[in-house]
Design a protein around this ligand. Structure first.
Ligand SMILES: Nc1ncnc2c1ncn2[C@@H]1O[C@H](COP(=O)(O)OP(=O)(O)O)[C@@H](O)[C@H]1O
Ligand SMILES: Nc1ncnc2c1ncn2[C@@H]1O[C@H](COP(=O)(O)OP(=O)(O)O)[C@@H](O)[C@H]1O
Ligand SMILES: [Zn+2]
Lengths: 249, 249
């Protein structure tokens, strides 16, 4: 098989691009992407978030920017939303409320290209990209067409998620995209009435898998119901609540 | 726009087919699909499970049938796995271990057709289909090409999942596929040391959305860490543990 050589296009940003990925859905990709971007902003970098979950865009709600109406200043490029200094782009701004995005592969690829290469990211130092679950059109187009700095893999500790983590790691190794590390999310839940720590999805799985593939284990993020509540309300957790979870971001 | 008339093909089963769906990943579709199928088997029907999550097949692990090697008795059809009397088919039997399934739309559609129409379901009364998250090729092909009895929508109670639930409901209404009802999963977690009930993903969201669309609310399934552990080990929860959660299945 002739190895297809794809021309990787540069994303119009000043600095680095990091894709937050997991083959499995519901492990916290969007939540981690948004809170990571604001944590990076807090230490002084210009950051932006790109929501590439075409069928299930959650970043508008998590950042409280659902009402943003994207516009084009020049008929070609798109102006991103902006909240507390972080630029944001998502298909969710074009398909509001309960409008489903029912697209097959070719349409999904067009949306990927427009959102990634035609958004006016300006002097963004770090672009955090929230990928959809699975290993289909968006993931392939990203690996083949975009010149990204690397992937961060998100997992929860249970074996069912680790099975998908292994699939994701071997996919991006095959596609020769650098993997920066693994983050384990929802590692444990602490009962607020008796203080017992519950490993509701098991314990230590993310660290073991990362080690077995020779990949950095970046860290654990505990389960905090406030993170879930504030995301539902469009409030940025790492900007409002200090403590163990914000530290881990 | 001419309304495309698709010829819906009959799935080669004796009885009904129910698709378990959620636009959002990680809400428990695979876990509910498997335990629902075994609950239906317990009351006397021949049941089968079809895992259509092409990129992240979890049903082989949940049922402990990862080692099954599918074969074709006639060069055209495929023999399903079988465990405790339930027939099972999944792409996971063809892509074992950490092998990622990196396919674009057209390949995904071929896999959907083969798994659905060429599996030897024999005298299956109820086929439970586990769908992937999102609203792309598999969901469209299922709605356009297969004559299914209806969809059951799975959600967790938080707004972020409810947003995707609304998208999913409006999608299948548009595609004129009957929606049988909504199940809310991971509704609450009970601390085993002090008995406090924690609504870790919020409360009552699934019932409200179902009501607002005029759809039946089928019920709530609490969060039980044993369900997570047993799924990881390939043990069927509703066959081994009695109690509130098995009752709700
Ligand atoms: N560490 C955490 N603690 C509590 N809730 C979390 C945590 N991480 C994610 N969540 C919640 O879990 C749900 C799934 O997260 P989400 O970011 O939507 O996952 P994904 O993008 O992988 O589908 C959301 O409701 C989110 O608020
Ligand atoms: N009611 C529940 N209680 C405890 N764990 C659950 C429950 N439902 C699902 N899980 C666990 O949550 C994770 C996600 O469920 P899964 O069935 O894989 O979701 P999906 O198919 O929607 O991605 C799995 O590890 C599963 O074992
Ligand atoms: Zn307690």
């Amino acid at each position: 098989r002739k190895r297809e050589i794809f021309k990787k296009n540069k994303i119009p940003i000043r600095g680095k691009s990091i894709a937050i990925y997991s083959t499995k859905g519901g492990v916290g990709k969007s939540t981690v992407a948004v809170n990571l971007a604001y944590s990076i902003k807090k230490i002084g970098f210009n950051t932006a978030v790109l929501d590439l979950d075409i069928h299930g865009p959650s970043v508008p709600r998590i950042t409280g920017t659902q009402d943003y109406e994207p516009y084009s200043p020049d008929g070609k490029n798109i102006s991103p939303a902006e909240k507390f200094g972080v630029k944001i782009m998502s298909i969710g701004y074009m398909a509001k409320g309960d409008t489903p995005v029912i697209w097959r592969g070719p349409m999904v690829m067009k949306a990927f290209r427009t959102l990634t290469f035609s958004t006016l990211w300006a002097d963004t130092d770090v672009l955090v990209m929230d990928l959809p679950p699975g290993s289909g059109d968006v993931q392939l187009s990203l690996a083949q067409e975009a010149d990204i700095s690397g992937m961060v893999m998100i997992t929860t500790p249970q074996e069912l998620a680790l099975e998908d983590l292994r699939r994701g790691i071997s996919m991006f190794k095959k596609l020769s995209v650098p993997i920066l590390g693994v983050i384990e999310n929802m590692s444990y839940f602490t009962c607020d009435s008796c203080g017992k720590r519950h490993y509701i999805f098991g314990k230590g799985g993310g660290r073991d898998v990362a080690k077995s593939y020779g990949i950095d284990f970046i860290g654990e993020i505990p389960f905090d119901p406030d993170l879930m509540k504030m995301s539902d309300e469009g409030r940025i957790y790492v900007l409002e609540k200090d403590g163990e979870v914000s530290e881990s971001f």
